[in-house]
Design a protein around this ligand. Structure first.
Ligand SMILES: Nc1ncnc2c1ncn2[C@@H]1O[C@H](COP(=O)(O)OP(=O)(O)OP(=O)(O)O)[C@@H](O)[C@H]1O
Length: 338
């Protein structure tokens, strides 16, 4: 339903802040509560519209934008994304991609694998921009089964996607508490303190070394800052889609990180070279020469390998710790201690 077709009284009941739009534009709608905004505009004499240099079409467009942006800003209307659908484009040789349609639902994890330079990051970028045959791949990406109109694609208020990447450096001179408070306040969170401690706890669950609210964000290690950003994205950010470009070397508990993101009903896509992460996903997309070459569902048999992989990861982790402590590895490994 378009806003201009709803009865003004219903519109104000649902979006009370719309009254400030009417006031700002000196549109006196009182007495017209039973009419729609379109009907109200029809009754304004042409001469009056001309005098104020207003056009009904522009007023309707502005009202729509105002309500949409305010709704997202206030969190009234979540950027509800229940699914994304990728439609094929072309690989680097100009050949059509080898799939018909890939739909990813809420709470699903999809991994993206393929050789270096094959186009994993490109796929993430196509999703970020909701490509519409206008990127090097020619793919289209639908949100909830539909292509987005350009105003929604490029709107900065509409944070559909959160990006987590390998290089996340803070340049701000703030403590963890100040950083989280700023973010929570900008999200109009009611109980800021409770939210902050929830994020800190979750981040400390993910990070190897614990940190405090009083730690300056510039003083966090690479792993700690990624843990903080992941917890913040999962708990506070309203972005329904999370794109991760390789978190393997991030020094955080990646399994817990993924669980946290998925428990908050996000759609998670991650480019990875790591077998454990690839198997944690429900599906994996194999990229070759810039195109989607194959889509594989992770079956139970493959998932059961995770246990083995975890044991191997532990061996490597123990070796890493011993190295850090200045020990040599040969003897211990040969004697089967690890
Ligand atoms: N279908 C395509 N058509 C044309 N160019 C493409 C296509 N897919 C990817 N590319 C281009 O190929 C280059 C390498 O792609 P990308 O950076 O996505 O690789 P990657 O798999 O993420 O690599 P790495 O594992 O090293 O991070 C980029 O410049 C990208 O824009």
């Amino acid at each position: 339903m378009r806003y201009e077709e709803i009865r003004i009284s219903d519109l104000l009941a649902k979006y009370p802040f719309a009254s400030s739009y009417f006031e700002l534009n000196k549109l006196s709608v009182s007495g017209f509560e039973d009419s729609s905004f379109s009907e109200f505009l029809e009754r304004i004499p042409e001469a009056e519209l001309e005098e104020w240099a207003m056009s009904p079409e522009k007023l309707i467009e502005d009202l729509t934008q105002y309500i949409d942006q305010m709704s997202v800003f206030l969190g009234v209307k979540e950027n509800e994304v229940n699914s994304i659908t990728i439609l094929p484009g072309f690989n680097k040789h100009g050949e059509k991609e080898n799939f018909e349609k890939l739909t990813i639902e809420k709470s699903e994890i999809v991994s993206i694998v393929g050789p270096t330079g094959s186009g994993k990051s490109r796929l993430l970028a196509d999703i970020e921009w909701a490509a519409n045959k206008d990127t090097p791949t020619g793919r289209s990406v639908q949100i909830n089964g539909e292509l987005l109109d350009p105003s929604k694609r490029f709107s900065t208020s509409n944070k559909r996607v959160a990006q987590l990447s390998q290089n996340m450096n803070f340049v701000m001179d703030l403590t963890v508490e100040e950083f989280l408070t700023l973010h929570a306040e900008s999200r109009m969170v009611e109980n800021v303190e409770e939210m902050i401690s929830k994020i800190l706890n979750a981040a400390n669950e993910l990070a190897g070394e614990k940190f405090q609210l009083s730690t300056p964000v510039t003083g966090l290690s690479g792993g700690q800052s990624r843990a903080l950003m992941i917890a913040d994205t999962a708990i506070l950010s309203k972005s329904p889609i999370v794109l991760i470009d390789e978190i393997e070397n991030a020094g955080i508990d990646r399994k817990k990180a993924l669980k946290l993101l998925v428990s908050e009903e996000k759609i998670v896509l991650m480019a990875t070279h790591d077998p454990s992460l690839a198997l944690m996903a429900d599906k994996r997309v194999v990229i070759k020469n810039g195109g989607i070459h194959q889509i594989i569902e992770t079956d139970q048999e493959e998932k059961s390998l995770l246990v083995e992989l975890e044991k191997m990861d532990q061996v490597i982790q123990q070796m890493r710790n011993r190295l850090r402590n200045g020990e040599t590895l040969t003897k211990i490994y040969k004697e089967g201690e690890i």
